[in-house]
Design a binder for this molecule. Structure first.
Ligand code: SF4
Length: 326
């Protein structure tokens, strides 16, 4: 594990059984995540980007152990989370927290803000009474909420404020790593920037490390240091954020970038329209992206699945058009 890495995922797989037939027997596996590896350095943000169904949220759930992976290693500070029993994983949960896409659904509507943010303090630190209240008020202040919000209920807040409550709850146990699962996609555009700015401020202030899960490359551009593109459970391209946007090599990445609206309407660019969606059947052999690929393909595309290879000093791509650097 590299010395600057806080998280290293090695060959992660998560398969779900597929049942069918009269007796509803297992007839195969749905490979939601298939041999995925990546590193998140301390204090940095890795963006995990892909369409709905690409496997990105499943990876987040495996890291937080909401689900158990089928195979692979998840090294956090050198400790393999996949090997921990439930008791040891409970201790580890104070280090790794998750922020959810739909803030309203992730907050218990029958609890006040004080109870919601104070609950992890009680569970992990046995903190209660005046000391707990003081910590909750500090956390509310950190995320931009006020003391008067302490006794209110989630439904009394806007979507952006609800997400701030969720962030305060996650910070209560002083984590070092946050899985941010589409943290702004359910929010109005005007509020999205506020939450993204808050997350960046918190990262600087508390030296947090983020895995930022999103379907929106436009958002990822402003918050991530490195970006990994996922397609049908596999990483197809990974590089630092500047390289991804200036020199995208995989046809899938190129298509997603071409679809980002330009702030200047006179700045015209040609959008690459992706054929169909992820439901287009994955071919049994060859490149999984082949049925939707707009690029001038080579004969191997239909016969050999391209491996993810380093094409240029850390810029890794899974496409026959970009063979390994020599
Ligand atoms: Fe397209 Fe072939 Fe590259 Fe797959 S390997 S992305 S089909 S050019």
């Amino acid at each position: 594990m590299p010395s600057d890495a806080l998280l290293e995922v090695r060959n992660l797989k998560k398969y779900f059984p597929v049942h069918g037939g009269l007796l509803n027997r297992k007839v195969g596996d749905f490979k939601a995540v298939d041999d995925v590896s990546f590193i998140v350095p301390r204090g940095k943000t890795l963006g995990l980007v892909g369409e709905s169904g690409s496997g990105k949220t499943t990876i987040g759930k495996c890291i937080t152990r909401l689900i158990r992976p089928t195979d692979g290693e998840i090294l956090f500070n050198g400790v393999d989370l996949t090997k921990l029993n439930n008791r040891d994983m409970r201790k580890m949960r104070s280090e790794i927290q998750m922020i959810y896409q739909a803030p309203a659904a992730s907050l218990n509507g029958r609890m006040t803000v004080g109870q919601i943010v104070g609950e992890p303090l009680l569970l992990h630190e046995k903190l209660k009474g005046a000391a707990a209240r003081q910590r909750v008020l500090e956390l509310l202040h950190v995320v931009g909420l006020k003391e008067e919000h302490y006794y209110r209920y989630p439904h009394e807040f806007s979507g952006g404020q609800q997400q701030r409550i969720g962030i305060a709850r996650a910070l209560a146990v002083q984590p070092s790593f946050l899985v941010l699962d589409e943290p702004t996609s359910a929010l109005d555009v005007s509020v999205q920037a506020q939450i993204l700015n808050l997350l960046q401020d918190l990262q600087d202030r508390f030296n947090l490390t983020y895995l930022f899960i999103s379907h929106d490359l436009g958002v990822v551009r402003y918050v991530c240091d490195e970006v990994a593109l996922l397609y049908l459970g596999k990483i197809v391209e990974v590089a630092d954020v500047q390289t991804i946007f200036e020199e995208p090599k995989h046809p899938y990445t190129q298509a997603l970038i071409s679809a980002i609206p330009e702030p200047d309407p006179t700045d015209e660019k040609e959008e690459i329209i992706l054929k169909g969606d992820l439901s287009l059947s994955k071919p049994d052999v060859g490149c999984p992206f082949a049925p939707r690929c707009h690029a001038a393909k080579v004969s191997e595309c239909d016969t050999i699945e391209p491996p993810l290879v380093d094409t240029d000093g850390g810029h890794r791509v899974a496409c026959h058009l970009h063979p390994e650097a020599v």
